[in-house]
Design a protein around this ligand. Structure first.
Ligand code: GLN
Length: 449
């Protein structure tokens, strides 16, 4: 089993290793926009990057939002301090869609670009984490997913993206998007490195009342389930390659099980209603007084003052404040928000039945990596529908992993495996085994740092 982290730890680093790394990253960053901040002081330890919605002590942390410009947290997020305790070295803050709102890395001041070809999307919202993992061999990325933000960019950038069971990793120090959905996770280039990062970060944290000290299970599943309805919206190029992969897995002794689960269509609407409702309350704290960009003119009227503060939100953030406030307002709450909560509970129940004796498998994204100029032409609802394969595990808090397995038109493709709650290690056991037999090769145009 390949571990780049272990290889790095036992390797003799040439003098000037970190200076050269930082210099190379700075020049690549002008094209790819992977980092919002690069730590020039890094001198020791395995370089780890942190998505910009996690607090790092003394380093500007602004979830790629203009409204948080200048916010410098006086503390580390728990997951960051656990990585530091392990001897890893902080490399920088990675670019993302503002507050996590997006699937393509286009909702940021600086548009993230795919390292395989900068005319294409890197995916989002954890765009920078995926780009950094794709261009750096010895590196660990801390990312975060609310509704697919680890899987999507990992798939488009050809790296491994792991989203743990909800609650297993402390969210203390996370700039919240949607508290009942947010999960901190990891990107790497191997299954073994995923396990190292997960084990270093997990466990109860008194600073996050929702964090758990759960027993993580390692089950050897031999059955993989495909939900037929999920495959309906998948592009042919993607589904053809996916079917080929299923054939190989069958040869390896896995039973492929195909089931109908029409209720799965509730996942996207329920996800967007709950996430926007929570986002709209979370964004209420950005008033121009306390964090980040300040409005200094106290002679302004109440409305003008907040208008000035909130012009710093990007278009997608404004859309979510409006829609999120609407769905939880008293007159329509039972029609939207309360109903979405019931749909989530129903879906958890239905999916757990399928997950009782198998793991789910699907492509990670329904399309091949899109070009950035095509994304600009999509409507918001078309963009939301790209989460069709990633919304359900996220909505239900199930651990899932996106693994690179093939290429289409020179761009990487990911496959996603989902397991029942607390079966996180089972996912890694599966990818360990698979990695040995598939020998996926990292390849891209930019060389390797
Ligand atoms: N694309 C989804 C959204 O915009 C998920 C993003 C995320 O996981 N942060 O909400």
């Amino acid at each position: 089993m390949k571990s780049y982290i272990k290889e790095f730890e036992s390797m003799d680093k040439p003098s000037g290793y970190y200076t050269e790394l930082v210099g190379n990253l700075e020049s690549l960053n002008t094209e790819l926009n992977a980092f919002n901040v690069i730590n020039k002081e890094l001198k020791d330890g395995l370089p780890f990057s942190v998505k910009d919605n996690l607090c790092v002590k003394g380093v500007e942390s602004r979830a790629s939002s203009k409204i948080l410009k200048g916010y410098i947290p006086p503390f580390d997020a728990t997951v960051v301090s656990r990585f530091k305790e392990k001897g890893f070295g902080f490399l920088g803050k990675t670019n993302m869609d503002e507050f996590g709102f997006g699937t393509f890395g286009t909702n940021s001041e600086k548009m993230a670009r795919n390292p395989f070809d900068p005319a294409y999307t890197a995916g989002g919202s954890s765009s920078g984490a995926a780009i950094a993992t794709s261009i750096m061999k010895y590196h660990a990325a801390i990312a975060e997913s609310t509704g697919g933000s680890i899987s999507a960019p990992a798939a488009f950038c050809g790296v491994v993206g792991f989203t743990p069971t909800y609650g297993v990793i402390s969210r203390h120090g996370l700039i919240d998007y949607s508290n009942s959905l947010d999960k901190i996770g990891f990107m790497s280039r191997s299954s073994a490195d995923t396990r190292i990062m997960f084990d270093a970060a997990r466990g109860r944290d008194p600073k996050d009342s929702t964090s758990l000290d759960a027993e993580i299970k390692n089950t050897k599943y031999t059955k993989l389930t495909v939900i037929n309805q999920l495959m309906d919206g998948v592009d042919k190029d993607v589904s053809d390659r996916f079917e080929k992969l299923l054939g190989k897995l069958e040869q390896q002794g896995f039973a492929i099980n195909r089931v109908d689960l029409p209720e799965i269509s509730a996942a996207i609407p329920a996800y967007y209603i709950i996430s926007m409702a929570e986002a709209s309350t979370n964004l209420a704290r950005y008033t121009g007084f306390k964090y980040g960009a300040k409005v200094e003119d106290f002679s302004l009227s109440y409305n003008d003052f907040f208008k000035q503060a909130r012009t710093n939100f990007g278009t997608e953030a404004k859309r979510r404040v409006i829609l999120g406030t609407f769905v939880r307002s008293a007159s329509v709450r039972s029609k939207y928000y309360n109903k979405a909560l019931k749909l989530r509970a129903m879906l958890i129940d239905r999916m757990k039945r399928v997950l009782a004796d198998s793991m789910l498998i699907s492509p990670t994204m329904p399309v091949k990596t899109p070009r950035l100029d095509l994304i600009e032409k999509l409507t918001p609802v078309q963009v939301y529908s790209m989460d069709v394969l990633t919304a359900s595990p996220n909505l239900c808090g199930f651990p899932h992993i996106s693994f690179p397995y093939d290429y289409a038109d020179g761009m990487p493709l990911g496959v996603q495996i989902v397991a029942d709650h607390f079966q996180d290690h089972s996912l890694m056991s599966f990818t360990d085994k698979w990695e040995e037999s598939f020998e996926y090769k990292f390849k891209h145009n930019l060389g390797e740092l």
